[in-house]
Design a protein around this ligand. Sequence first.
Ligand SMILES: [Zn+2]
Length: 115
Amino acid sequence: MNETQRREIKDHLLSGLSSLAEVEIDGDLAVENCPDEADFATQLTLQGVNMAMRHRRMTRIREYENAIKRLHETDFGICDECGDPIGLARLKASPSTRLCIACQCAAEEERSRCA
Ligand SMILES: [Zn+2]
């Protein structure tokens, strides 16, 4: 990976991080004071969705931050399995990936996701 590619990935990760930081997820929903059971169930469901969204966002933020930290390691963007460079588009879509598409497919072959 050359400097231009590193910079391109870094820009992508930084702008991804700032847009993740901007997403406002509604504050805690009050589950108390629900007049009936249906309302209570709805509130619980909403709270579950809310927590799942927060969790996904945190996971994504951590993934981006780790990728930024690893950006200057010599093996960043190099497949752990075969040592080939991982495509830029793939790194952008999934910055934490450590396998090239071919090795990822080979690893998932038993699940037949890459027919
Ligand atoms: Zn590979």
